[in-house]
Design a protein around this ligand. Structure first.
Ligand SMILES: Cc1ncc(COP(=O)(O)O)c(C=O)c1O
Length: 395
């Protein structure tokens, strides 16, 4: 569809045309159901395999109830930024519960993970405090470096030697930052080695564990616990609520000094309205599930789904990524072909959005298949049978 306005600048039309020609146009699909494996689109049900709701909590009755109760008691809107008058009791309770769970002095809430990363990077890095980060880190970490106006160098994905080379060459100490679980590939960063490297060079070390928290590690504590790190070896941990927690928002867990500093200097914390207090109540309910037997059962079920999926996929002529997480991408490469496979899956009743550049590097378009504890065994069989049918057909 062509843009219709006569006032549209030429550069915009040219840019849109380029995206179209490269099969890179994107637009949202309207979901007429809650976030759950049975997604309804245009009156048709599909099995969704592209949500980040890894534990199936986004539509959990306990969260819905907590949000309802929270809204009755504290209202819907935060009303102001945290530092003016928007820091309500549920925000404080959530911060304390997260700090206690993860073993940090303090936790600060942010409205989104994107803003948490912008906030932390722009406050801690700067013209004289460089950032070194993994090449495949999330876009918000790249944008955080831009906001910080900090020198930015990126090391080869997951490569500690490459990171070390960059750190050794840097005249000033700064911030080393990595995703815990890589959002588009699903693999784990070498956190213990990176932590050691940062400490040896007196650099600050930060992990964004958006896709690990809740899903893995002891009691769901994420890649931090899986790799034996703690608040000393990992002084700055970012987590988000939009994935396994099933709500929205984010946090940074850190020490008293860092938290005091971020409170003064992290602009995306200071100059924005706090998250809805009702959302904080729902997130607290989510944390309680994650910490409970039910949370463990959900993680165990997710782990069984991951194992089953990988076992089935190993028999197919595809590039499967080295991932033991809920993110199980199948790299197709070509943009058009990825769209076609996504469409063929849709015809078989499966919804998996084609992920293309610039979200992933050029030439690595993929089906970013994500699994959830809310999928049934039958859902997994349907997914694997359908992929087998499509990926082994001669067309
Ligand atoms: C690794 C990573 N960090 C941060 C974010 C941003 O979090 P949010 O969706 O809460 O803005 C995402 C994804 O959205 C992510 O994958």
């Amino acid at each position: 569809m062509k843009p219709v306005s006569n006032n549209t600048p030429e550069w915009m039309l040219a840019s849109l045309q380029e995206r179209r020609q490269q099969d890179l146009m994107r637009r949202p699909v309207v979901l007429d159901s809650p976030q759950r494996p049975n997604a309804r689109i245009n009156g048709q049900e599909y099995k969704a395999f592209c949500s980040n709701d890894y534990l199936g909590l986004a539509n959990h009755p306990a969260l819905v109830d907590a949000m309802h109760e929270g809204a009755l008691q504290y209202g819907v809107g935060g009303g102001a930024s945290h530092l003016v008058c928007g820091h309500l009791k549920p925000h404080q309770q959530l911060e304390e519960a997260l700090a206690d769970w993860l073993g940090y002095d303090r936790v600060m809430l942010f409205s989104t993970g994107y803003m948490a990363n912008l906030g932390v990077l722009s406050a801690l890095a700067g013209k004289q405090r460089p950032i070194i980060q993994d090449k495949l880190n999330h876009a918000s970490l790249i944008d955080g470096a831009l906001l910080a106006q900090a020198p930015l160098r990126r090391y080869l994905h997951g490569d500690v030697a490459s990171a070390e080379k960059l750190l050794s060459k840097s005249p000033e100490a700064g911030l080393l930052v990595t995703d815990g679980v890589f959002s588009m590939d699903g693999d784990l960063a070498p956190l213990a080695d990176l932590s050691r490297l940062a400490s040896d060079h007196s650099w600050m070390f930060m992990v964004d564990d958006a896709h690990g928290l809740g899903c893995m590690g002891e009691n769901g504590k994420g890649s931090l616990s899986l790799t034996g790190l703690n608040s000393t070896s990992l002084p700055i941990l970012v987590g988000t609520f939009g994935k396994a927690f099933g709500t929205s928002g984010a946090f940074v867990a850190t020490s008293h000094d860092y938290a005091d500093y971020l409170t003064q200097f992290a602009r995306p914390y200071i100059y924005t309205t706090s998250m809805s207090p009702a959302m904080a109540c729902a997130t607290l309910a989510s944390l309680q599930i994650i910490q409970s037997d039910e949370g463990q059962e959900r993680r165990d079920k997710l782990a069984r789904h991951i194992q089953y999926f990988r076992r089935r996929m190993q028999a197919l002529p595809i590039r499967l990524m080295p991932s033991d997480t809920a993110i199980q991408p199948i790299i197709i490469g070509d943009n058009r072909l990825t769209l076609e496979i996504s469409e063929r899956l849709r015809q078989l009743g499966i919804w998996c959005t084609a992920i293309r550049p610039p979200t992933v590097p050029v030439g690595s378009a993929r089906l970013r298949i994500t699994l959830s504890a809310d999928h049934s065994d039958g859902d997994l069989v349907l997914l694997c049978d359908s992929l087998e049918q499509i990926l082994t057909s001669e067309e």
